[in-house]
Design a protein around this ligand. Structure first.
Ligand code: ADP
Ligand code: MG
Length: 420
């Protein structure tokens, strides 16, 4: 805008210089002034291009220089009667446009004041009312233009802000849409997984009943086979034991899958934890002996009673015992300790097995996480679910090649921990 005005001023002044009936000395004077004005306008354009951040101070400096030029130009071309007098209005208007009404009026009045000063001798020829009128017109024009420009600038700022807000909203919407699509993808996966889950639970259910009849019939068959003449009793027992083991394994896996799909309803009772542990140890004894593991118990006397579902809680602890035994393939020591703590009771199950590497430690409770070739990866996940349903907690500490300790904490009966 400023460059355009300067170009217009230069053009008009050039035409005037070429055509006006003025003396050679005036023409030379004005020619030099216009040349300097041209050079300095180019300099300002250059400065503003190179330093756009300082445009305001550059333009204010240029305003001072423009006023000085105007003073000399008016002085050389007839003072108040100079054809360049409207340039004072132009300066006021431009300043008002850029810096508001106050600075605009000040600029216009300074320009007019300079015009008067450049031609003080001729003031006496004028009627006193002519000059104030000039100042008032300049002030009204500059003030109105400045006010308009300010309003327009405010509206522009408002539009820019609204634009930014709209853009931000559009970005938010875009992000929300992306998230929606992701969630939709997860939902489809979840639906697929749920269907697979239902299918496997149904399959486990269908397999469980035939398995128990296979187990039963196997025992009958073993008796029959043993009675046949010429059959080696030892060999038969070995073969049947192997089949029994596999059937038991299958039964265990189907049991885990069924529990994972849906925990059976809890049947709460108040129980002595030591008694539950003793029952568990009797149950686990054959496995312990099979693996040449030494089992020791240290059960704290007089534990406060706990509220538990005996079957499910034993299932959870059995998972921990099985893991401990499996971690001690070459034998070792299995210790079970109970103790009372401030608000409940604790069971510690420690083994001297292979231990758990730190990178696995944070994943062992995830469903299906297993490092065993035939493992289901459900033992610990189920144990945690069952223990948490009792209002309890389970922790694990392990050192590789030294051993692992699982700690189960249960609230005392009556402390309101268990839900269900
Ligand atoms: P699974 O026994 O079928 O592998 P679990 O959920 O019972 O599934 O155990 C998950 C994994 O945690 C095991 O595969 C094993 O790597 C690790 N783990 C659990 N208990 C022990 C333990 N006492 N000693 C060493 N590793 C263990
Ligand atoms: Mg296990």
């Amino acid at each position: 805008m400023l460059v355009l005005v300067r170009a217009a001023v230069l053009f008009g002044a050039g035409v005037w210089l070429a055509l006006a009936p003025i003396g050679a000395d005036v023409r030379a004077h004005c020619g030099v002034l216009l040349g300097v004005f041209l050079l300095y306008s180019a300099l300002i354009a250059l400065l503003v291009t190179c330093r756009p951040g300082r445009a305001r101070s550059i333009y204010l400096g240029a305003l001072a220089a423009d006023l000085a030029f105007l003073y000399f130009l008016l002085g050389a071309t007839g003072g108040i009667d100079s054809p360049f007098l409207p340039a004072a209005f132009l300066l006021g208007a431009l300043t008002a446009f850029h810096y508001g009404p106050v600075l605009g009026v000040l600029a216009a009045w300074t320009a007019l004041g300079l015009a008067v000063a450049s031609d003080a001798a001729r003031l006496a020829d004028r009627h006193w009312s002519a000059l104030p009128l000039l100042f008032i017109f300049a002030a009204v024009a500059a003030a109105y233009l400045g006010w308009l420009a300010q309003r327009e600038a405010e509206e522009r700022r408002l539009i820019a802000r609204l634009n930014d807000e709209l853009r931000a909203r559009a970005r938010d919407l875009e992000a929300a849409y992306q998230r929606c699509q992701e969630v939709q993808g997860h939902l489809l996966d979840a639906e697929r997984l749920a269907t697979i889950g239902r299918m496997s639970a149904e399959m486990a259910h269908q397999v469980r009943n035939p398995l128990s009849s296979i187990s039963l019939n196997l025992e009958l068959l073993e008796d029959e086979v043993c009675r046949l003449p010429g059959v080696s009793a030892a060999e038969t027992a070995r073969l049947f034991a192997a089949i029994h083991r596999e059937v038991d394994n299958l039964a265990e896996v189907t049991e885990s899958y069924l529990r994972f799909a849906k925990l059976p309803p809890f049947r709460w009772e108040s129980a002595d934890l030591n008694e539950v542990i003793r029952e568990l140890v009797v149950f686990a004894q054959p496995q312990v002996e099979q693996r040449a593991v030494r089992l020791s118990q240290r059960l704290a006397p007089c534990l406060p009673p706990v509220r538990l579902d005996r079957r499910q809680f034993k299932f959870a602890l059995m998972g921990l015992l099985t893991n401990a035994l499996e971690a001690m393939a070459a034998g070792g020591r299995l210790r079970i300790r109970t103790q009372a703590n401030g608000h409940g009771v604790e069971v510690h199950i420690s083994d001297t097995g292979v231990g758990i590497p730190p990178e696995h430690l944070e994943r062992i409770f995830e469903p299906f996480f297993t490092t065993k070739p035939g493992g289901t990866g459900l033992g610990l996940s189920l144990a945690r679910r069952i223990i948490e349903a009792h209002g309890g907690r389970i922790y694990c500490e392990s050192i590789r090649q030294v051993g692992t300790t699982f700690t189960v904490v249960l609230p005392c009966d009556g402390s309101g921990g268990a839900h269900g």
